[in-house]
Design a protein around this ligand. Structure first.
Ligand SMILES: Cc1cc2nc3c(=O)[nH]c(=O)nc-3n(C[C@H](O)[C@H](O)[C@H](O)COP(=O)(O)O)c2cc1C
Length: 206
């Protein structure tokens, strides 16, 4: 556990963009170009009504001007949390470029047509899985799940419709932090906080 690692691959001298989404897109692209493993993998944190945070990995599937889109089961634990409290946090860590991006924002369901399009292009096995798995519900055995898979394979021999409880969330950020690891733990941290229609920029201590 006594591993010390020096961050030394980059620095953040200033705010490259007025719009943090452009900054984010640029960093995502660079993570991709540097072959970071799964650059679209993101830790999504939600909070229950009694204030208990809960985190899990998901995949970012789209970047828009207004935010990022993820897909999941609306009846899952995260879906239940978001229904009552749409405030979420998303965390990307790109080891190969020694960067993390923290996003805080609000999640809202995307239009059904957007979820339909995305679902229609998923592999069949994932489409069937979306029907078979009552995500986050207790099940008595693996066999039960596999029987449900068979059931839906028979039910939908051809095209698989999108389950109504499965779709996308658009996470609309109101806060971003761009973190670049530096030597001696003197990391660079540049933040954008939404202020009306503008973004207030600040540098914070590491
Ligand atoms: C790398 C990775 C990517 C994942 N992507 C997704 C995803 O895009 N959507 C999803 O619902 N679950 C995804 N999962 C599974 C979630 O981590 C989680 O187990 C599931 O969504 C149930 O979470 P919940 O019970 O908190 O709602 C992913 C897991 C990993 C490890």
């Amino acid at each position: 556990m006594d591993q010390r690692y020096d961050f030394k691959k980059g620095k953040l001298e200033g705010f490259k963009h007025e719009d943090p989404m452009l900054f984010f897109k640029e960093w995502y692209q660079e993570a991709h170009e540097h072959d970071c493993a799964d650059p679209h993998a993101v830790v999504l944190s939600t909070v229950s009504t009694d204030g208990q945070p809960s985190s899990r990995m998901v995949y970012m599937r789209e970047m828009l001007e207004e935010g990022i889109i993820i897909y999941t089961n609306y009846l899952s634990k995260k879906g239940g949390n978001i229904l009552k409290n749409p405030k979420v946090a998303a965390l990307f860590y790109w080891d190969c470029v020694e960067r993390q991006v923290r996003i805080e924002g609000v999640a809202e369901k995307v239009d059904k047509s957007i979820s339909d399009d995305y679902f229609a292009n998923r592999p069949r096995i994932s489409q069937i899985g979306a029907w078979a798995s009552e995500q986050s519900s207790e099940i008595d055995s693996r066999e039960t799940l596999e029987e449900r898979v068979k059931h839906f394979e028979n039910k939908f021999p051809n095209e698989v419709p999108r389950p109504p409880h499965w779709g996308g969330y658009l996470i609309k950020p109101h806060y971003f932090e761009f973190w670049q690891g530096r030597l001696g733990r003197l990391h660079d941290r540049l933040c954008y906080t939404k202020d009306g229609n503008d973004w207030r920029k600040s540098r914070i201590a590491p």
